[in-house]
Design a protein around this ligand. Structure first.
Ligand SMILES: [Mg+2]
Length: 258
């Protein structure tokens, strides 16, 4: 891995899209979620983009297209970026599963068997919630399943048990697990955007800090903001109180200004 300061002007010139991961990259981590067992009551608390970052994005989007890729759902992402939203903004939700691109929503087609598996896993976790206080509820999503809970082997074990074909991933997110089809990832999402824009995936800069970012850091021009956890061609250094994505925006603005 190379420090981002080593990136060449030529490489930066080729970049057409900058992709920001959300949690731990452009907003501090620490989303709280609580749901009752029958799903009739739901509480969720998360953070916002900083005013300074929004100001920087407004300038940055004059030079490159901006993409926001997250495991979170599309409604949340849309409201997060509402202040800068226009036809050039791309949103990728649920680990690459839903792409908002120029007024359309693009998503893969899954079999009934896939959705049934997610339902079966959900029902089993709901049953566990009755006695296991480590499980707090499910984040509302369409194509993946996201139980919020402590890190506990019971969840990946349950996925293995129900998914005998080994079609599903089960990734720890620091707040719970993302469970979804291995055929889709944030990385595949980047390849799909590159096709839409008729550019090379390496012309899309990607950022990330976690396991669900691995593929997109590989398929795009990857910048890891958590190099101890996740590898990429480049990494960006930041202090614990700083957000790597905010520093990247400042870095790119300095480049475009020069
Ligand atoms: Mg992340």
């Amino acid at each position: 891995m190379k420090n981002l300061n080593e990136i060449t002007k030529q490489e930066l010139k080729a970049i057409k899209v900058v992709t920001f991961d959300i949690d731990g990259v452009i907003i501090p981590t620490g989303t709280q979620l609580r749901e009752n067992q029958d799903g009739t009551e739901f509480y969720m608390k998360s953070k916002q983009l900083s005013t300074k970052f929004i100001k920087n994005l407004k300038i940055l989007k004059k030079y490159v297209r901006l993409n926001f890729s997250s495991g979170r759902n599309i409604l949340y992402l849309k409201s997060l970026v509402n202040e800068i939203f226009d036809q050039d903004i791309i949103i990728q939700a649920e680990n690459g599963n839903l792409t908002w691109f120029e007024g359309r929503i693009i998503h893969p087609v899954y079999s009934t068997n896939y959705f049934n598996k997610l339902r079966d896993i959900r029902e089993r976790i709901k049953a566990m919630m009755l006695t296991d206080k480590r499980i707090r509820g499910f984040e509302p999503k369409m194509f993946i399943l996201t139980p919020h809970c402590d890190q506990m082997e019971d969840i990946p074990n349950l996925v293995k048990q129900i998914d005998s074909e080994n079609d599903l991933y089960c990734l720890w997110t620091n707040e719970g697990y993302d469970i979804g089809s291995k055929t889709m990832s944030k990385g595949q999402g980047i390849i799909n955007i590159a096709k839409e824009l008729k550019i090379d995936p390496k012309q899309i800069m990607t950022t990330g800090n976690n396991y669900n970012d691995k593929e997109m850091l590989q398929s795009g021009k990857g910048v890891s903001v958590e190099p101890d956890r996740i590898q990429a061609e480049y990494f960006i250094e930041h202090k614990p109180e700083e957000l790597g994505g905010e520093l990247l925006a400042e870095f790119l603005l300095r480049y475009y200004a020069s």
